[in-house]
Design a protein around this ligand. Sequence first.
Ligand code: BTN
Length: 338
Amino acid sequence: MAVSFPNGLSHPQLLVLLADGRLRSGEWLAKELDVSRAAVWKGVGRLRALGIDVQALPRRGYRLASPVELLDGRRIGAELKAGRKAQLRKLELLFETDSTNSRLLAQAPPPPGLADVCSSELQHAGRGRRGRRWIAPFGAGLALSAAWTFGEGAATLAALSLGVGVAVARALGRAGAAGVMLKWPNDIWFEDRKMGGVLIELKAEAGGSAHVVIGLGLNVVLTAAARREIEAGGAPVASVADACSAAPSRNLVAGAILDELLGMLGEFERQGFAAFRDAWMALDALSGRRARVVLGSSVISGTARGVDAEGALLLETAEGMQRFVSGEASLRAIEGDT
Ligand code: BTN
């Protein structure tokens, strides 16, 4: 099915005019938008209320505190190989929403073999794993979700998040990032810091088919303020920019991820995790390192030994090899160990 790529016009036009970070006079903005200068001022207030840092310079005009590359369907679409475009039923680029995962979960699922994809500049209620919030300051990251229906006989989905991780790491390599790794089961990892995470939600299983929504949150380019905002909630984080020699393009990153994700979904449907296990093991950030697994109230220490054919974590402990399935266990490197 053909897909048309919106060109980003769903964004407030005032933001589009300010996106390059240049100083624009109130008069110029009013003329471009065909509104009064008071309306421009109101628009600035609305952007600020959304957490977008618009600076007002007395008698000179307005500018964004830092330029931003807004999501652009044409630029994202340019990264998709021909066959992959045909797998895309819908690509929705939004300015704001509560959560891209919630939005897709509320819609009718696509038929097997096709994906519905949604990405938004802002999420008011971005959701992480284990009931946590996902914080992504404006312009700093990528919030992208894909709805997909696995047909009858679909391979086990327990390891799907690992396949998603492989697709994301491959895409980031395409976008110029080096050294991106994965941390079992759902994290995109760089130099022992979290760069992104995957939240997979299963909507329904009827007659053997499984409808999933795969959500990816990724830090792409973090200003000092954005980094502070995210890190206020926990540990130091990484961004795609940290792994690149030149500033990465958000649209290129989004397009490459979408392309690799669509390719991965088709292959996962046919072959399951078997097609991705070797690639995942090569990207495993904790392989061979001392680690601890938290399982309810118990903590088990050992050496991380990758994953088995089902994507379960293998931990070599004093009592022998132990196996943990995702959803139940969480994994931490033991500090000071390399
Ligand atoms: C994690 O906790 O590491 C997973 C974070 C997943 C966040 C993404 S952002 C796009 C999608 N929409 C959401 O509400 N959550 C996921």
